[in-house]
Design a binder for this molecule. Sequence first.
Ligand code: HEC
Length: 200
Amino acid sequence: MKKITLFSLVAATVLFTACGEETKKVAAEVNKTAVVEAIKKDTVSAVEAAKIKAAEIAEAAKIEAEKIAATAAEKTKAAKVAAEVKAVDAAAAVKEKTVELTEAATNAVASVMPASSTAAPVAPEAYAKCVGCHGADGKTKALGKSSVIAGQDKAAIIDSMNAYKAGTKNVVGMGMLMKGQAASMSDAEIEAVAEYLSQL
Ligand code: HEC
C-alpha cells in the first residue's frame, strides 16, 4: 500500500512536472504571442500616431497657408483701396488745379481784352508829340489849318508821313513843320501811329 502510494506520488510528481513543463511552454508561447501582439500593436499605434501627426502637420500647414493667402489678399485689397483713394485724390487735385487755371486764364484774358478789342484804341507812344497840334483824338485841325487826321486810311497816313519826311509834301505851306515831326520817326513808329489814327 505504501509502495503504491509512493509510486502514485512519484507518478503524480512526474506528471505534474511534465505538466508544468508543458504549462511553462504554453505560457512561454502565450507570452511570446503576447509580446509579438504587443509589438504589433505598438507598431500599429506608432504608425497610426505618425499618420495622425502627419495629418495634423498637414492641417496646420494648410491653415498657415490659408492665413498667409488671406493676409496677402487683404494686403492686396488694402493696397488697391489705397491706390484708388490716391487716384481719386489726384483727380480731385487736377480738377481743382484746372478750375484755378481756368479762372486765372479767364481773369488774364479779361484784363487784356478791353485794351485790345472793346475799349477805344490806345495811342502808341510815338503819337504823344502829335497831340498838341492834332489833338488826343486826332480830330483837331493842326494850327487851325491842317486836315483832320483821325479816321484817315492807314496807307494814306503812312504815305503822308513819308512825304513830309522826304520834304515832298506841303499842303497848307507848313510841310516843313511836319518834316520836323516826321524826320526822327522810324517806319515802325509811323505805322503804329497810322494804325491808331485809322481806327479813330
Ligand atoms: C506843331 C504842330 C504839329 C505837330 C506837333 C504835328 N503836326 Fe501834323 N500837321 C501840322 C500841320 C500844320 C499840318 C499841315 C502841313 C501841310 O501844310 O501839309 C500837318 C499835317 C499832318 C498830316 C497830313 C494831313 C493831311 O491829310 O493833309 C498828317 C498825317 C499829320 N500832320 C500827322 C502828324 C503826326 C502823326 C504827328 C506826330 C508825330 C504830327 N502830325 C505832329 C501840324 C502839326
